[in-house]
Structures are given as structure tokens and as C-alpha cells.
Design a protein. Structure first.
Length: 557
């Protein structure tokens, strides 16, 4: 029987070489164990040849069955009917379960292959009459829905890229400069409009002088609390509150009926002063990259001098038209407008903490050194600000315009010096700058003292005070931001500012005792001594810091 079936298979092979292969139909019963991706044949000589569109003759050889020696004979593979039942996509051995088991059943011949549905034996190895081998359909990757390049097979799909985060809004330096100007504008206005207030409110010169002491004294006392408030609520809220409080204080000053009301309004204005440096420094730390913080700090610190300029020129001129009260209320309205600008321009703060972290109100470490330096520096600067114009008018015989120009020269040189020295205050260099600037301030005070013999020296003396003494305060603020503990930038800025404000409250009364007696020379000597003491503190701290760095490096080595 095996020979008869083989003969019939040979006839089918010979006959099938001349007729085209019919379109295969899918078999209704797929192999129970599909293999979706057939492995490449381990024997190159047994791999199928490249497909062609022309009909290919079928080889005369029979399929070679390797492996365990499967035999198509009586008890195993029984070929029904004419032998092989050819059905659509290929020949299946129906019957008692002919399976090609073993290490490698190889089907030679065109069109015979092992695919996912199982091994198909075409009768004795041939396709049906008139059939031709069909080319395998080429597999194309599924196109990506959005037109992107398809992923290579076998790789994990890429996650869609998340949209880029919006760039943070740049911090407007002009806003911080305005905030610093408004924080002390009330005191500059009282000085510029002093003659009008003395006449209308019947104030004595002593009461007018008390406004400076009360304003800076209140700021010194409230600064530690102001720093904790800034750390708790954030710079945006603190700056808006600072500007609104400045507006309220200015409005009350403009409405003051007498000395008592005026001094109370000035005391209220001490709170914006206490908030100014902590809020602006914290805003810089939050929104300015480290490389630009020195320059931005110098610009915003120059706002103090710009406030003095605004009080002495445009607002004083406006007072001649609207009266002193109208000028002060105009400044109050400008402060409200600046508060609205701050709320619009600054990035939102984090949610306010319900309780401030435990923090000491006593400065320690670097902050203690900087607070002591600022106290002595403030004593000398406040004395120069208060008495320079009076010294020029009473001792150097300068006219009122020339005496006022001395203060203007001091302010302009202070703006330039604060910007330049703050930009130069990089880590590693900033530690030495306070001592060097204080030494320059000593020379400036000596020039002012020498002006008693040579009046022309007062001008370079005024310039030197602005370039060295006034600028040193801005450098100290840069150091605070470089050295502040995490979460304490506001508190540490406030403690250093408290020392500076205390110097402003203490310095002028001491100088005034000497000036009242006509001893300006001794007064400038006192200022030089205060600057020298500030330089000694700064130099001792810098040496201590440098020694600590070296000791740390030795331990690390």
C-alpha cells in the first residue's frame, strides 16, 4: 500500500509542476499550538529559497522526515481516499493523529514550510494539481497614529514626552528697587519737607530730629519679628504688605494735625523698613540664579538712594504746587500702585506656614558678625547723611544749593558703588570686601575733616563715603544671602538690618552733641573711628572664616 500511495504522490508532483497553484483558503481548524514567529531554520541548506513571482517547478524529492523516525505506514499515518486530503492553505494529515515529533521535521520543496499553524504535509509532499506556490505576505509595521516613526519590533513603546514646564517669570529688579525706596521714603520726605512742616505744624527742630530716631529705632526693634513674618508668609505677600503699610504711613503723615500724630505715623512706618531687606532678599533667593544675585542685590539696595532723590527733587517740587500734604498723598498713591504691580509680577508664594520654625532672635555665627559690622557702619553713615549739608553751609560757607548738591553727590555715588561692589561680591572674594570698604570709608571721613582746612576736599569726601561706606551695606546683604541657613533668609536679613537701623538711630545723636558745640572736626573723627571699628570687625570675621576653610580642607586631606 505504501508503494501505491508513493506512486500516486509522484504523479501529483509531476503533474503539479505545470499548473498554477490555486488561491489557498484558510483552514477552519488551526493548529492547537500556534507559534506566532517561526524561528529561522538551523540548516542553511534547508531554508526556503527567495520567493519569485514566476511559477517554480517542484522538486522531485520526497519530504525528508528527521527526528525520531516517523514512518508513514499502516498503524501510524494512514492516507485516506486517494492519499492526501489537500485543503486550502496546505495538506493536513487527517486520521489517527500523524504528528511530526522530534528534533527537526524538514519539509523540502517549494511552498512547504513550518509556520504558526503547524507542519503541513502535502499528500506525499506535493501541492494539489495545478497549484503554484504562493509568496508569503510581507509584514509591514503598523503606522503610528500621529504620523511618527514606528517603534522597532521587540522594543518597549516609548512614553509620550511630557509637555515642557513653563519658564518661571523673571523677577523685575525695578520692582525690588521701588520697594526699597518706598520703605524709607517717609523719612526722606520729612527731611526734604521739614521747613514746611515746621511752619505749618509748629514743630521744633528737636521734634523734627526725633522722627529719624523714632523711625529707625522702631525698624530696629521690629526687624527680628519682620524677618520671621517674611519666612512664614513668603516674599510676594511680604512685599505687598510692605508697600501697603508704606502707603498707610504716608497717608497718615499727610493727615497729621500735630506732632504726636506725626510721630505715631512715623513709628508705623518703621514696620515697612523692617520688612524691606528680608522680603527683597528672599525674593531674590527664590527667583534669581546665583550668578546674578550680587548684581540684583546692588540694584535693589540702590533704591534707598533713589528714594532720597525722589523726595528731594520731584516730590519737593510737587509740594510747591499741591502743598506738602498733597505731595505726601501722591507718594502714598504711588505705593498702592506699586503693591498692585508686585502682586501681578511676582511668582506665587508657597502656602503660609501655620507656625514659624523655632528661631533665635539673637544673631549667631556669621550673622552676629555682620550685625555688629552693620551697627558700627550705620552709626557713621547716618551721621554723614544727617549733617553733611549742614556742615557745608555752616563751616565751609557753601550756599544752600551747593550744600544740597553734596547730598546728591553722596546719593549718586552710593548707587554706583552699591551696584559695582555687589556684582564683585562673589564667594571667596565677598568675605574680604566689608573690611576693605570700611577702610576706604575711614579715608572718606578724614577727607571730610580735612575740608575744614581745604574746602574742596568735601566733594571727593562725599563721593568716597558713597562709594565705600554706603556700598558696604549692600555687600553685607549679599553675604547674608550667601550664608543664610535654609529657610532663614528672611530672619537672618532682619537681624543684620536691625543692627544697621540701630546704628542709624544711635549715630546722629552722638554726632549732634559735638556739632551743637561747633566741633565738626571731632565729629568727623568720631565717624572715622566708627568706620575703623566696623573694618576691624569685618577683618576679624574674614580671617576667622578663612581659617575655618583651611582647617576643613586639612581635615578632608
Amino acid at each position: 500500500m505504501g508503494t501505491e500511495h508513493a506512486g500516486r504522490g509522484s504523479e501529483r508532483i509531476g503533474h503539479g509542476a505545470a499548473e498554477p497553484h490555486p488561491e489557498p483558503k484558510p483552514h477552519p481548524h488551526p493548529h492547537p499550538h500556534p507559534h506566532p514567529h517561526p524561528e529561522p531554520h538551523p540548516h542553511p541548506e534547508l531554508q526556503s529559497q527567495p520567493e519569485s513571482t514566476e511559477p517554480q517547478p517542484l522538486p522531485e524529492a520526497q519530504p525528508h522526515l528527521d527526528g525520531a523516525g516517523s514512518h508513514l505506514d499502516g498503524a501510524g499515518s494512514h492516507l485516506d481516499g486517494a492519499g492526501s486530503h489537500l485543503d486550502g492553505a496546505g495538506s493536513h494529515l487527517d486520521g489517527a493523529g500523524s504528528h511530526l515529533d522530534g528534533a527537526g521535521s524538514h519539509l523540502d520543496g517549494a511552498g512547504s514550510h513550518l509556520d504558526g499553524a503547524g507542519s503541513h504535509l502535502d499528500g506525499a509532499g506535493s501541492p494539489p494539481d495545478g497549484a503554484e506556490p504562493q509568496p508569503q505576505p510581507e509584514r509591514h509595521p503598523r503606522p503610528h497614529p500621529d504620523g511618527a516613526e514606528p517603534e522597532p519590533e521587540g522594543t518597549a513603546p516609548r512614553r509620550p514626552a511630557s509637555p515642557p514646564l513653563p519658564a518661571p517669570r523673571p523677577l523685575p529688579t525695578a520692582l525690588l528697587t521701588c520697594a526699597m525706596a518706598f520703605s524709607m521714603l517717609q523719612l526722606f520726605l520729612l527731611g526734604a519737607l521739614g521747613p514746611r512742616l515746621v511752619d505749618e505744624l509748629d514743630l521744633s527742630p528737636t521734634v523734627l530730629g526725633l522722627t529719624t530716631t523714632i523711625g529707625f529705632g522702631t525698624a530696629a526693634v521690629l526687624s527680628p519679628a519682620g524677618g520671621r513674618i517674611v519666612d512664614r508668609v513668603g516674599p510676594r505677600r511680604a512685599l505687598a504688605a510692605l508697600l501697603l503699610l508704606s502707603a498707610l504711613a504716608l497717608a497718615l503723615i499727610g493727615a497729621a494735625p500735630g506732632a504726636g500724630f506725626l510721630l505715631a505715623a512715623v513709628a508705623l512706618g518703621g514696620l515697612p523698613q523692617a520688612l524691606a531687606n528680608p522680603a527683597t532678599n528672599k525674593a531674590i533667593l527664590a527667583a534669581v540664579e546665583p550668578a546674578r544675585r550680587g548684581a540684583v542685590t546692588g540694584m535693589k539696595q540702590s533704591g534707598v538712594q533713589l528714594g532720597a532723590f525722589a523726595a528731594g527733587l520731584p516730590l519737593a517740587a510737587l509740594a510747591g504746587w499741591l502743598g506738602w500734604r498733597g505731595a505726601v498723598w501722591t507718594a502714598a498713591f504711588a505705593a498702592v500702585a506699586t503693591a498692585a504691580w508686585a502682586l501681578r509680577a511676582l511668582p506665587p508664594d508657597a502656602p503660609a506656614r501655620t507656625a514659624a520654625p523655632p528661631a533665635s532672635l539673637v544673631p549667631r555665627g556669621t550673622i552676629a558678625w555682620l550685625a555688629a559690622f552693620s551697627l558700627l557702619l550705620g552709626c557713621g553713615i547716618a551721621s554723614v547723611n544727617t549733617y553733611l549739608a549742614l556742615y557745608g553751609a555752616h563751616s565751609l560757607d557753601l550756599g544752600p544749593g551747593a550744600a544740597g548738591a553734596l547730598v546728591a553727590v553722596l546719593g549718586v555715588s552710593g548707587v554706583v558703588g552699591r551696584v559695582a561692589w555687589s556684582r564683585a561680591a562673589t564667594p571667596g572674594r565677598a568675605e574680604w570686601l566689608p573690611g576693605l570698604l570700611a577702610a576706604g570709608a575711614v579715608g572718606a571721613a578724614l577727607l571730610l575733616a580735612g575740608a575744614a582746612a581745604l574746602a574742596a576736599l568735601v566733594w571727593p569726601g562725599a563721593v568716597a563715603v558713597g562709594v565705600f561706606a554706603v556700598s558696604a551695606n549692600a555687600v553685607s546683604m549679599v553675604l547674608v544671602m550667601q550664608r543664610a541657613a535654609p529657610g532663614r533668609a528672611g530672619q537672618d536679613s532682619a537681624l543684620v538690618s536691625a543692627g544697621f537701623f540701630a546704628g542709624f538711630a544711635l549715630g546722629p545723636p552722638l554726632f549732634g552733641l559735638l556739632a551743637s558745640a561747633g566741633h565738626y572736626g571731632w565729629g568727623w573723627t568720631l565717624v572715622a573711628t566708627e568706620f575703623a571699628a566696623a573694618g576691624g570687625v569685618a577683618l576679624a570675621w574674614a580671617v576667622r572664616e578663612r581659617g575655618g576653610v583651611r582647617a576643613t580642607g586639612d581635615r578632608d586631606a
